[in-house]
Design a protein around this ligand. Sequence first.
Ligand SMILES: *Cc1c(COP(=O)(O)O)cnc(C)c1O
Length: 356
Amino acid sequence: MEIKVTKSDRPVCYDDSDLGFGKVFSNHMFVMDYERGKGWHDPQILPYSDLSTSPAMMALHYGQSIFEGMKAYRTESGDLQLFRPMENIKRFNISAERMCIPTIDEDLFLSALEKLISIDADFVPRAANTSLYIRPFAFATTPELGVRPADNYKFVIITSPSGAYYKSGLAPVKIYVEPEYIRASVGGVGHVKTAGNYAASLKAQQLAAGKGYSQVLWLDSKNHENIEEVGAMNVFFVIDGEIVTPIPQGSILEGITRKSCIEILRDKGYKVTEKVLSLAEVLEAHAAGKLNEAFGTGTAAVISPIGELYFKDKKYEINNNQIGAVSQFIYSTLTDIQFGRMPDEYGWVYKLREEL
Ligand SMILES: *Cc1c(COP(=O)(O)O)cnc(C)c1O
């Protein structure tokens, strides 16, 4: 399918040094519609603008809505590149499948990303560790009040020049271990990026923030015993030199950063174990002085070192609230690959072509 382009006449104007995250948007967006019987059709790049919707649009009422999050990076020589884009595309289609949204052709998806980013190349920021955050999403547009898979959908990609997540370098965060609220349960939709998961997490997040904690650590929905994730990040612990992380069993989102960390760490000779990991095991390791480090992983922050866990009126400081060696190593390695400061021995970098 040919992607039709309508150019914006808005000038490129934003401040590299004060971007924040997900607040400024590029001049263009990709839009494609779906109608049952006709399939996905009319892929277009349009000037970034509001979308108009019916108040009966099904996504608003029943939450049939999915998304992805990825980044484009500018290298020192000025080239633009993506990190493992096919992983995001495949995961988007897994989310689509679970939410009864029609899947998107992988090649078309990749072409849409390439074309959109090449048109808005000036929006990929230049300051150190800044990048273009990319948000593909799809939602049900059929104007009808009935709980069933919709007949019409929109697939949209918007992009946002975003600042370095940590203004003054990697900094440890304080995490609230949530004893009551849960994020997702096995058999549900916790393993896919669907809007409702994030709406459901807000209450616990808000309560934790009110107590001075930046994120919630989620426990399993059945017994509130086993560790799942941290906010919208996967979580790793270094216990007595061994790196452990919860094994995904349907309620955890399988992060691409998580997967990349495991691959790099194993490749560099670290012992990495995926298993059912209880909070008790982590707290016992802490008591025995064997909890060396903890960190979260996700596209937005890449690595988020954890300096403190709070659970049922007790505070557990980790690594003297300092960044640990493993956290620092994996953060540097991943960002060096993403920004092209290090040769990509894994074949993860996807270079964008200049002219399309
Ligand atoms: C997106 C997301 C992650 C991290 O995934 P990445 O592919 O590493 O960005 C982890 N947990 C949740 C709940 C997420 O939505």
